[in-house]
Design a protein around this ligand. Structure first.
Ligand SMILES: [Zn+2]
Length: 280
């Protein structure tokens, strides 16, 4: 009993060709199916592959015994398994390399995965092994998200201290800046979180504008100043997150963790936030 490579049983027309068994099949041009021409062909419909001959010929197809076929199939299965193992080894190495690259950020990110869905998604992506790398944007976003979570965590850990009273020098981070209209006109006010987590609120003052403006790229910055030291909204956002140091006279509020101030002096931008302090 003889079989084709694909396991189809052949009983008729078996011949011996050298030391191989097989049978002859009719073959023809695979472009025109043996017709030699077709309506879609150029040159008056003559097939370009067989030049009109139809390419008819006989072909010897080898046949195998059941044992031979089993051996062939076993060998090709072994080859397939080996190839797959090689591919998996390469994939594993790439994954390992990637995890090594992300090792630090993964360790920092993991404590926040439960409560932050973005961080969780990024970690899932890295651990799935499906994608071995984050895009550059995703990587930057993951770092930012982790840094923010770490900053918030740190803030939680520091107990809120008392707000300052009287004349004092303080330092902290600007939380928000807004324009307030009162009988003096429009004034820019700022809310600052001090290093002891107490908050203070008061006039931003011209000094802030001058200090932060020196880090601005555009000269238009100066043209956006409204009268009486109030700043255009697009520039006010630049002040948020900036770490500053200033002197002021602090008045207590109903809340012992919050105070008001007027006219800050000796204001300077501290380098901790990455803003460049002005040289004067
Ligand atoms: Zn043809």
């Amino acid at each position: 009993m003889m079989y084709t490579r694909k396991g189809i049983k052949v009983t008729d027309g078996i011949i011996k060709n050298g030391n191989k068994y097989g049978y002859m099949v009719d073959c023809c041009c695979n472009r025109c199916g043996g017709a030699g021409w077709g309506p879609w062909f150029q040159d008056g419909g003559i097939c370009y592959a067989c030049r009109g001959s139809g390419g008819h010929h006989k072909k010897f197809v080898q046949l195998y015994t059941e044992d031979q076929l089993a051996k062939l199939n076993e060998r090709s299965e072994q080859r397939r398994i080996q190839k797959e193992a090689e591919r998996e080894a390469i994939r594993g190495a790439i994954r390992e390399q990637a995890l090594e690259h992300y090792n630090q950020i993964i360790q920092r990110a993991e404590p926040f995965a439960a409560e932050n869905s973005f961080i969780r998604n990024m970690l899932d992506t890295l651990h799935s092994g499906k994608y071995t790398r984050l895009s550059a944007k995703q990587e930057i976003a993951l770092h930012k998200a982790v840094e923010t979570q770490e900053a918030l965590k740190q803030q939680e850990d520091v107990p809120i201290g008392d707000a300052p009273k009287g004349k004092q020098t303080v330092s902290g981070i600007i939380l928000s800046v807004k324009n307030i209209e009162n009988r003096f006109g429009i004034q820019t006010k700022m809310l600052v979180r001090l290093d002891n987590q107490a908050t203070v609120y008061g006039t931003a003052g011209k000094a802030l504008f001058e200090q932060v403006s020196c880090t601005a790229e555009s000269e238009d910055f100066f043209n956006d100043q409204d009268y009486n030291g109030a700043y255009n909204a697009s520039y006010r956002v630049r002040f948020v997150g900036v770490r500053i140091k200033f002197d002021a006279d602090f008045e207590p509020s109903n809340d012992k963790n919050h105070a008001f101030f007027k006219r800050p002096t000796k204001l300077s931008v501290l380098p901790a936030t990455g803003a460049t302090p002005c040289e004067q």
